[in-house]
Design a protein around this ligand. Structure first.
Ligand SMILES: Nc1ncnc2c1ncn2[C@@H]1O[C@H](COP(=O)(O)OP(=O)(O)O)[C@@H](O)[C@H]1O
Ligand SMILES: CC(=O)N[C@@H](CCC(=O)OP(=O)(O)O)C(=O)O
Length: 266
């Protein structure tokens, strides 16, 4: 089986017409597929409206008890169910899940080192048998950024990490491609210039661009997750604009392809 894992970020989800367009393209995406979604932008706005201010460190949300309740309501509730309903309308048999549903993703609360992230989960195990059963029955899993520790505690886990870990675990059984869709057309040399796409990136280029601060903030965990997935057996990793998803599926260069080393050939 060939499985595609497609991740959509909060900057697209927050714009209803962009989300609608993306979900239409996702519904046309060929083969077995899983949708992983974040929703960080909406969670921050919703939290602020309730007086809970967002606190991010290295692209990760510090998640206290109130924040955990908010992200659970926003990711596992509102966003997940809206996406599922829209995909059902597009004739996709979507099934919305958190990591707790069917014990899909077990995580541990991140140990406190220099920073206490609170209820943030690091993924330990993925129930690949469950995913296989769903995919074999033509069901499209829609996975939100909430995991659990199997002792009754929900945890907040970055959606890029969920996509990477799902891809890595499934790659032990299947050929897996990973697509990170966001609001820019790929990794850019100049963030303000959509034409400055880096078509291929390897760890050497990544290190240089990071040093020069060309790559920063949310793009760092995204690329770390992308390289980790490639190292652990994922076949192909792509980063690009949500609206270019189908071009990417056809192998047309429309965003950034991640390569392990300088001389890897895709
Ligand atoms: N070199 C770069 N090219 C493109 N985006 C970059 C770059 N460096 C940093 N970024 C930032 O990374 C962000 C994407 O990360 P993030 O906000 O976590 O994505 P998502 O929308 O998937 O959650 C972009 O919106 C952009 O502001
Ligand atoms: C621990 C942690 O940082 N969790 C993320 C999960 C959501 C997410 O990743 O959303 P985007 O893909 O839209 O950024 C957060 O709460 O922001």
């Amino acid at each position: 089986m060939h499985v595609s894992i497609i991740k959509i970020g909060g900057n697209v989800i927050d714009f209803p017409e962009k989300l609608e367009e993306f979900l239409y393209l996702f519904s046309r995406f060929p083969g077995k597929k899983i949708l992983v979604h974040g929703g960080g932008v909406m969670a921050s706005k919703f939290g602020e409206s309730l007086g809970v201010m967002p606190q991010m460190v290295d692209g990760r949300r510090i998640t206290d008890k109130d924040t955990l309740d908010i992200v659970t309501m926003v990711y596992a509730g509102l966003i997940n169910k809206q996406i599922v309903a829209k995909l059902q309308a597009l004739k996709q048999n979507a099934l919305g899940m958190t990591g707790a549903d069917g014990n899909l993703i077990r995580a541990v609360k991140r140990p406190v080192k220099t920073i206490d992230y609170g209820f943030v989960g690091d993924i330990q195990e993925v129930n690949t048998d469950l995913i296989q059963t769903l995919l074999e029955n033509q069901i499209v899993p829609v996975v939100s950024a909430i995991t659990h520790d199997k002792n009754g505690q929900l945890l907040n886990t970055n959606a890029d990490s969920i996509a990477s870990e799902l891809a890595t675990s499934l790659s032990k059984k299947f050929k897996v491609d990973l697509y990170y869709c966001f609001n820019k057309p790929g990794v850019l040399i100049d963030e303000k210039n959509d034409h400055s796409i880096v078509p291929l990136i390897n760890e050497e280029i990544y290190a240089e661009l990071k040093k020069e601060n060309v790559i920063h903030s949310g793009m760092i965990p995204k690329l770390d997750n992308a390289f980790a997935a490639l190292h652990k057996g994922v076949h192909h990793v792509w980063i690009g604009k949500a609206e270019n998803l189908l071009l990417a599926a056809k192998g047309k260069l429309s965003g950034t392809t991640i390569q392990r080393h300088r001389y890897d050939l895709y």
